[in-house]
Design a protein around this ligand. Structure first.
Ligand SMILES: NC(=O)c1ccc[n+]([C@@H]2O[C@H](COP(=O)([O-])OP(=O)(O)OC[C@H]3O[C@@H](n4cnc5c(N)ncnc54)[C@H](O)[C@@H]3O)[C@@H](O)[C@H]2O)c1
Length: 396
């Protein structure tokens, strides 16, 4: 199960695809073409579960799509479902419980935006009820459970998708192309970081099953593996720096999940990357990082380096320096309409059109395996080998 590089140092994409196709063969069962055939005359009906903070980013995206109808909203804090229905003029049916929603107004795809720890249980219920699922990260609590969800989906001709959507940005595509063209020469190392001072609205971010890796590091892990290929092994050091927090929903809480994580990832051909994430990083930008010109991703080769300006979820351009250009050049500054919260809209539209999107669930599962391996590495003090692979997210 190895991928390889060609002589110029870029990843051998044909081999990457061949290897990952074997792992993703089950996906073919539920090809989008067949879904589109069955749904081409109607809009994709969407139900959103979890009407908290991030629903404010998702709902405008979903509502702006001509191919999507939001028909149901659900939250165990029922007033939130009602409030979002009114605020965004959704005109949906509102529910307190997933079981009632699954038995209520018919829909095609559930969009899961709840606390991280309950994604697995809710996604499973939706799949067993015959619904496609887009899930915020993580799509399950463990890699094995996530793989189990994919098996359910495949056996029922359903699609399962997982955030984040970073592979959709033009900057990701640009970096991927530069690497595949061999412009950076032989790649050896990469670094990515993402952090802020941590959410202050909900306790689940700091409870068991939460942490800075599934909330923040997940973006960097998706980007680095998407560019450099699957992780073969992982070593990590994780810690809790701030032991107590005060959050809106539960007041003062003890922090149980890591809020400081350094993860070393071994890719093929001895390439090593590093992800650093945490809930204790001063960050003046928050969710409005459109003007952030510091870099968060760096990739080093023996003929060139690239730095992603801004974040992989808010991409503001690429700084490129190669043996051909010598002085650093600012390139690829156009976001082309990409926004980080577009994932559910993009996959919903892909089901309506039958065109396969770049995002694929094997990649989300692979990142989940990295996160789990990082926890094991911290506990056992050793390098953890990984088994999963995924299809290359950018098609030529
Ligand atoms: N807030 C952001 O800016 C942001 C950005 C990107 C991704 N995310 C991800 O989105 C998810 C949600 O984050 P959030 O910040 O919106 O959290 P939040 O606490 O603001 O909202 C979560 C909502 O889910 C509801 N909920 C919990 N369990 C439920 C259940 N069983 N059934 C129905 N509703 C349930 C809660 O009542 C709450 O209203 C997380 O996975 C997070 O990592 C959040």
């Amino acid at each position: 199960m190895e991928t390889s590089r060609n002589n110029s140092g870029s990843i051998d994409r044909r081999r990457f695809l061949r290897v990952s196709a074997a792992a993703g063969a089950g996906m073919l069962v539920s090809s989008l073409e067949s879904l589109a055939t069955s749904t081409s005359v109607k809009k994709i009906k969407v139900a959103v579960i979890g009407c908290g903070s991030v629903s404010n980013m998702y709902l405008p995206q979903l509502l702006a799509s001509e191919m999507i109808d939001v028909v149901s909203l659900c939250d165990i804090k029922y007033d939130r479902a009602v409030a979002q229905n009114k605020k965004y003029n959704v005109n949906a049916q509102t529910y307190l419980h997933i079981d009632k929603m699954l038995a209520g107004v018919p829909f095609d795809m559930m969009v899961t935006l709840t606390d991280m720890q309950v994604h697995e249980e809710l996604n499973k219920k939706a799949l067993l009820a015959g619904k496609h699922v887009w899930s915020e990260k993580p799509l399950a609590n463990t890699y094995a459970a996530g793989k189990g969800l994919l098996d359910i989906a495949n056996s029922r001709n359903l699609r399962l998708w997982g955030a984040p959507a970073v592979v959709n940005s033009p900057q990701f595509a640009y970096m991927s192309q530069i690497i595949r063209d061999g412009k950076l020469g032989l790649i050896s190392s990469a670094h990515a970081q993402y952090g802020h001072t941590g959410p202050d609205w909900s306790a689940f971010f700091y409870e068991k099953g939460g942490g800075s890796m599934p909330d923040l590091g997940v973006y960097n892990m998706t980007t680095l593996t998407g560019l450099l290929g699957p992780a073969r092994s992982v070593m990590a050091m994780l810690s809790i720096v701030k032991r107590e927090r005060t959050v809106d929903d539960k007041g003062k809480i003890n922090v149980e999940a890591e809020d400081n994580a350094h993860i070393l990832i071994e890719h093929d051909n001895n390439v090593i990357s590093h992800v650093m994430c945490g809930f204790n990083f001063f960050d003046p930008h928050g969710h409005t990082a459109g003007s952030q010109m510091l870099h968060s991703i760096q990739i080093f080769g023996d003929k060139g380096n690239i730095r992603l300006l801004g974040y992989d979820w808010e991409t503001n351009g690429i700084m490129l320096e190669t043996s051909e250009t010598e002085s650093p050049q600012l390139v690829c500054t156009d976001k082309g309409g990409y926004v980080w919260q577009e994932g559910a809209k993009v996959v919903g539209e892909s089901m309506a059109t039958g065109i396969e999107p770049k995002i694929n669930v094997e990649h989300a599962l692979h990142v989940l395996e990295i996160i789990e391996a990082a926890h094991r590495s911290q506990q056992e003090g050793k390098r953890i080998k990984l088994v999963s692979v995924f299809p290359y997210p950018v098609t030529a």
